[in-house]
Design a protein around this ligand. Structure first.
Ligand code: NAD
Length: 407
């Protein structure tokens, strides 16, 4: 697999080639301010002690506290977390929220743990990192395989260790533990708001055929809101494979089926396919919503969509970007398209600090207004600089961060 941190650095250099930034800034933004590895011992249910490797990378805090999710995955390593932390710094700047960028993770397949082992592991991650976390220092959130329940265990552990009482150190908490209305669907819904702002600039049908890779938090809520707004979801997948119905999949029924069966395969009325086949289906909108490095130089030539909306982080490699550009397929980049999640996380942090609770309608309307304005600004910027949407988004973010750093 390509090193995602190398991909992220390559994207920085490509933006710098279009809009020259000071050399000293480029050196600083290419390196995380701090990267931490910890060992987390967990006494397993059978009495054995296992030691897991955990990470926190704090990339840049010029615009505010470090902010970014925690990933639990068997392939997670320090390079992946470094890439995700750099993208978070850029994303928070694109979203124009008062946050810097960081990311965390644990190398673990959480499906192999019991609930009590998962809780001990999550609390252990906090114990190892409590010194560097805090509402004004570093504010983690959920990512792949980390749920509101995990965030509430982490928040509880942090409050016990430090005596902190606002609950603003972890976002993505359940509603009854200080979470924000609208946080769970925020990334998927935010992706739709960005699409809605940008789609009229391209010649897309009113009812698009949509293909989604990944049916977790982000992919399922994206499917829900696209379907609600008259688009047809013709194929979706998860790590076990994909399902298709050219007439459109019944998304509310699939969400229920997924909740009950913990899988989407064998959903009635659909045919099955591999994840590779799914990416090549002819459609209007292709939404990668799983992991990085999915659209590569190997398969980009076969992609048959009118536009790509990147809801996963880093799903497209720089080489694939060039191939897609050559084919005239615009890519709405991750640091814009999936910024709805961190935007609402920041609202959660703000509500916790102020002791407020905002309604879902207020949260989603505010997020839609902010994210749509940035989407339009990036589209215009790409036109002026005669470049693609990714470089335009990077340039906007790098300008905001470099200004905050005093360049
Ligand atoms: P999740 O754990 O809820 O879901 C991940 C989904 O991807 C699952 O359906 C899983 O089965 C599927 N998947 C894993 N490997 C796959 C593969 N090889 N092919 C197809 N599907 C595969 O995670 P999530 O929170 O939905 O995150 C998905 C992506 O969105 C990640 O890249 C994450 O960094 C990004 N993201 C998440 C948020 C958020 O708020 N949760 C915010 C911004 C970006």
């Amino acid at each position: 697999m390509q090193n995602p941190f190398e991909n992220a650095l390559s994207q920085l250099r490509r933006a710098d080639a279009v809009h020259k930034f000071p050399e000293a800034f480029m050196k600083q933004i290419s390196n995380p301010m701090r990267e931490i590895r910890i060992s987390i011992p967990v006494v397993m249910d059978d009495g054995r002690t296992e030691v897991f490797e955990g990470y926190r990378v704090e990339h840049n805090n010029a615009r505010g506290p470090f902010k970014g999710g925690i990933r639990y995955h068997h392939d997670t390593d320090i390079y992946e977390v470094k890439a995700l932390a750099l993208w978070m710094a850029l994303k928070c700047a694109v979203a124009n929220i008062p946050m810097g960028g960081g990311k965390g993770g644990i190398t673990v397949d959480p499906r192999t743990l019991s609930k009590s082992e998962l809780e001990k592991l999550s609390r252990g991650w906090v114990r190892g990192l409590a010194d560097v976390l805090g509402p004004k220092k570093d504010v983690p959130a959920p990512d792949v395989n980390t749920t509101p329940e995990i965030m509430s265990w982490m928040n509880d552990e942090f409050m016990k260790i430090t005596g902190e009482t606002t609950g603003a150190t972890f976002t993505g908490k359940p509603l009854d533990k200080g979470g924000s209305e609208g946080r769970t669907p925020a990334t998927g819904y935010g992706g739709y708001y960005v699409f809605q702002a940008i789609a009229p600039k391209y010649n897309l049908p009113l009812s698009c055929k949509v293909v989604i890779q990944g049916f977790g938090n982000v992919g399922s809520y994206a499917a829900e809101i696209f379907a609600k707004n008259g688009h047809k979801i013709i194929a979706v997948s998860d790590s076990r494979g994909g399902i298709m119905n050219p007439e459109g999949i019944d998304i509310p029924a699939l969400m229920d089926y997924h909740k009950q069966n913990k899988k989407i395969t064998d959903f009635p009325g659909t045919s099955s396919m591999t994840n590779n086949e799914l990416l090549n289906i002819e459609c209007d909108v292709l939404i990668p919503a799983a992991l990085e490095n999915q659209i590569t130089s190997e398969n980009a030539g076969k992609i048959n969509t009118k536009i790509i909306l990147e809801l996963a982080n880093g799903p497209t490699t720089p080489e694939a970007d060039d191939i897609l550009f050559g084919k005239g397929i615009p890519v709405i980049p991750d640091i814009l398209a999936n910024s709805g999640g961190v935007t609402v996380s920041t609202y959660e942090w703000e509500q916790n600090l102020k002791g407020e609770h905002w309604s879902e309608a207020d949260v989603l309307t505010r997020m839609n207004n902010e994210i749509s304005a940035e989407a339009n600004a990036i589209y215009d910027r790409a036109g002026v600089a005669k470049t693609d949407l990714r470089r335009a988004a990077f340039i906007l973010a790098m300008e905001r961060i470099s200004k905050a750093m005093g360049y």
